[in-house]
Design a protein around this ligand. Structure first.
Ligand SMILES: [Zn+2]
Length: 489
């Protein structure tokens, strides 16, 4: 019905994804790096640069950039080394102790025109792993059953390796560019803290100023072994953390008191857990649902189309929210309790108990509205809510009318057998919000067709990328960039 209930047929996807061609790279490509080459999936025979890209991906997975602490320096040096070997001048940008980004540029002319330039963005860091829950070494880049396993295989080292392949392909083919193409590998994306793209922009903007960017953020969604649609991210939600703090009197656990903060906190969190913010469909989400309705079964399609009607709207919104956590979160602000902390000893009533709420706001919505709602709901003078530092900033959406957006949609749709490309507002964050705040038309597309199962592993255990999807994605990304940035004669 929808992708939460769909049975995923991985083999079907693999058959579908016959590796494409790399015309520009066909001549003059050196041998793939034997040291980093990995065995090909049995179902595909990728072109040489894609094979090399698999090797770069494997090497990158093996460099542990779990954030915190990130320590992206080694990965940055690796990436810069790959570029230097191609005769591309790569610069390592310092963003903190042991933390760096990498930038490189292919020029179209002597005088750069930043407004036209295209930025290929990916991040070097990954989320940490719970090693005991993995069935393979998370930093081993193990290839098994047509997948490459490893933290970052999808998020975002897959994209990083694909960007490298596309960028190097342009260089090797001596492409005549109509705009500068800039490669950027960022740090600290997963924490969006001091070493993140914010710092990079503040310190080094001139080195990668661009009018357009392609980054992670959107997905190629599959259903029943076929690409269902391509979500091209043009906007994203905004993350804000809120502390829930319950205060009481500490004392001996043998004599319980009514103001035990553990009890007050637990009650508050239980109430917050049941909260649902009102539906607010942004322009992009409206267009998304218009496009997705015809792809769903009749029942779901009917409810999607009823969401705006006065009589059945509310019920329709409930049905659609319940049909998919992604849809639910695209339609409203959300609040997820993520951390609980209290207590110093088993026989001591603590003076304070805390929880963290991870709030995701639709761009344009205010945290104060949510705080007002939650305060009313909790209704307990012993409990306070406190917005935490490093709250995200809402960015204006990227244009759905730009040439680049249209080109991404056209090429992706063509390459994925006519599946529609839809504008997408991600519930997750990317570096693109910061770029959009600097007037970059940034679009998100992880070009690898992925099943629900694959997507769930992304910040979870046993993250893996189907090699056939990786190969196909490298090819599609190459076509998008080539058609946008290479001059035609
Ligand atoms: Zn990511």
């Amino acid at each position: 019905m929808n992708w939460n209930r769909a049975v995923q047929v991985i083999a079907g996807v693999a058959v579908l994804l016959l590796a494409g061609s790399f015309p520009a790279a066909a001549q003059g490509i050196p041998q793939p790096t034997p040291a980093s080459a990995v065995s090909a999936a049995p179902q595909s025979d990728p072109p040489p640069i894609t094979r090399e890209a698999r090797g770069w991906l494997a090497d990158l997975i093996k460099i542990n950039t779990s954030n915190p602490p990130g320590n992206e320096n080694l990965a940055a040096m690796y990436v810069s080394g790959v570029l230097q070997k191609e005769g591309i001048k790569a610069e390592i940008l310092d963003v903190g102790p042991e933390r760096s980004a990498v930038v490189a540029r292919l020029r179209s002319s002597v005088v750069p025109d930043p407004a036209k330039a295209l930025l290929l963005v990916a991040h070097l860091d990954v989320v940490p792993v719970d090693k005991a829950r993995w069935t393979v070494d998370p930093f081993g880049a193990v290839v098994k059953d047509g997948y490459m396993y490893g933290r970052g295989a999808i998020d975002d080292k897959g994209m990083l390796a694909a960007n490298l392949a596309v960028f190097i392909n342009l260089k090797r083919s001596n492409a005549h560019l109509n705009r500068d193409v800039i490669f950027l590998a960022t740090a600290d994306e997963e924490q969006s803290a001091d070493a993140s793209v914010r710092t990079l922009i503040a310190k080094y903007w001139d080195k990668f100023a661009a009018g357009f960017a392609i980054n992670e953020g959107g997905n190629v969604f599959t259903k029943s072994g076929k690409v269902q649609y391509i979500g091209v991210q043009a906007s994203e939600k905004v993350a804000v953390n809120v502390a829930v703090i319950a205060r009481g009197t500490s004392g001996h656990a043998s004599q319980p008191t009514k103001d035990n903060p553990v009890v007050h906190l637990a009650a508050a969190v239980a109430k917050i857990g049941a909260y649902s913010a009102p539906v607010h469909l942004t322009a992009i989400v409206r267009r998304y649902f218009e496009g997705v309705a015809p792809l769903e079964d009749d029942e779901i399609a009917k409810w999607i189309r009823s969401m705006d009607t006065p009589d059945r709207g509310e019920h329709a919104q409930r049905v659609i929210s319940e049909a998919s956590p992604l849809w639910n979160s695209m339609m409203r602000d959300t609040v997820a309790p993520t951390i609980l902390s209290a207590g110093v000893a088993s026989n001591v009533i603590p003076a304070e108990a805390r929880a963290n709420l991870n709030v995701r706001l639709l761009p344009g919505d205010s945290i104060n509205t949510i705080l007002g709602d939650l305060n009313k709901l909790v209704n307990d003078p012993a409990v306070t809510l406190q917005v935490q530092p490093n709250a995200g900033l809402a960015a204006p959406p990227s244009s759905l009318e730009s040439d680049f957006y249209n080109l991404i949609c056209r090429v992706a749709s063509r390459e994925f057998a006519g599946a529609p490309a839809l504008p997408f507002q991600s519930t997750w964050l990317t570096d693109s919000a910061q770029l959009r705040l600097h007037s970059v038309q940034a679009y998100g597309l992880v070009p690898f067709p992925l099943t629900d199962e694959d997507l769930r592993r992304m910040h979870g255990d046993d993250e893996r990328i189907p090699l056939a999807s990786f190969d196909k994605g490298v090819d599609v990304l190459n076509k998008i960039v080539t058609e946008f940035a290479v001059a035609r004669y």
